[in-house]
Write a protein that binds this ligand. Sequence first.
Ligand code: TEU
Length: 543
Amino acid sequence: MVRQDWKKSVVYQIYPKSFNDTTGNGEGDLKGIIEKLDYLQFLGVDYVWLTPIYDSPMNDNGYDIRDYFKVNAQFGNKEDLRTLIDEAHARGLKIMLDIVINHTSTEHEWFQQARQSKDNPYRDYYFFRRSEDGPPTNWLSKFGGNAWQYDEATDEYYLHLFDVTQADLNWDNPEVRQALYDVINYWIDFGVDGFRFDVINLISKDTFEDSDEIGKEYYTDGPRVHDYIHEMNRHTFGEREMMTVGEMSSTSIEHCIQYTNPTRQELNSVFNFHHLKVDYRDGQKWTNEKFDLLELKRILMDWQTKMYEGGGWNAIFWCNHDQPRVVSRFGSDVNEELRQQSAKTLAIVLHLLQGTPYIYQGEEIGMTDPHFQSIQQYRDVESLNAYREMREAGMDEAEILTILGQKSRDNSRTPMQWNDEAHAGFTTGTPWIEVADNYNTVNVEAAMADPESILYTYKKLIQLRHEHDIVTYGEVVPRYLDHPQLFVYERRYQGNTWLIIANMSSEKVTLPEDLDHSGSVVLQNGIIEGNELDAYATIVVAR
Ligand code: TEU
């Protein structure tokens, strides 16, 4: 494998609204991020990805952009962003912005123009269709309901794969593409170091026909998607040293190899979500299914080995602003000991895989789901729609709340827990969404003070990646894939092997007889006696 040093980088994701509030209005801001840069430098990450900070009505917390060239006044202004970038650079940290170009807010000037008349020059920036009886197709929005919204002004429907206020852009129109490249170039000139591209594999729509499912097959990894991404690469970041990651919805390994193999000049890396659907039931998210460890291992390892063979590159992650907290999901938060133990094990098994690791704010201290008890505590448009639909389907309130408690995107959006003061030190005002009530014990200040805390496991894992080429370049060899509790794999590079053995369960596990864990210990978490691994214990040895 060709050496490329950006591959040793680790990215930290910030959801600005929930990170740190300096004004007391209950919402985080850019100044709040600046205040915490020393903390990120201490942790040792290389890049910081900010979810959208542009002007937006915030129906989907910034993924509905009204003006690509303006900073959202709730977060501050361009001066603040300038200072944030400079201060980050002074600490050796790089900044990635989130680029949302599959759709804009319906409050965007382009859409405002487009909806006025059928011959408006911006009409073809979006997908407007005439239809006599009901919506043009039966496609469903990812946030519930039909994906076409009737617009009275011109008696046509427009397409929105997400919220009704997020209208899909028509990438087949070259003017649209150029306008979006201008946006990216503007931010490159501003001094940012990389980009995360929101749902970028949905930009090429195929024909508009009725679907047996929700319409996915007509826009996922669509017919011209690789041409468009390649063209974007050539017109924008291609010749620069930039970190790029595409968020790929319901994609395939074959496509992701194409998106990321350097010879194709598309993107550096990709997020896929298949490993995070192991607690869905029959493809349905809104269920309270338990997660399936065998399936989790199988999917992760399939992506690891095949992307390696195809010369592709994964982003590796457990958490983001759309996912529940991993310690509550695949670990255990039933008591303090298991929380610490399982959070560390989850960190180790993920960070020693091949790819670019992402840490979502608070993951590094083992933040948990907030376990909300009432619908009043939820804020996310997707959760509120799902609640309404489940109610309409006649489901019982308690059951719905159990499901939301397990699946809602709000699980990850509660305020960052900095200390044990009011509202976890996030704000002096009233937070826009409630703080998880375990902030007295789960907070950054406490974690910093305890050398055994989860935080130091993350710090150590980042260091290992920076210092040992095997973590970046080594081949991944799955072992014991059928074992119901253990997650075992090897990394191999230039004659050296690292063996990672993790007990992913809350029970003690006896290692299989032929699984020899001798070697020099790189990392150990929890108690290992002879051949017995305690709950969520992990060992990493080098040979
Ligand atoms: O998410 C895309 C996406 O499809 C999801 O992860 C989605 O939130 C999940 O499937 C819902 O169950 C991206 C952003 O990360 C998300 O926050 C935005 O809401 C969405 O795009 C629209 O821009």
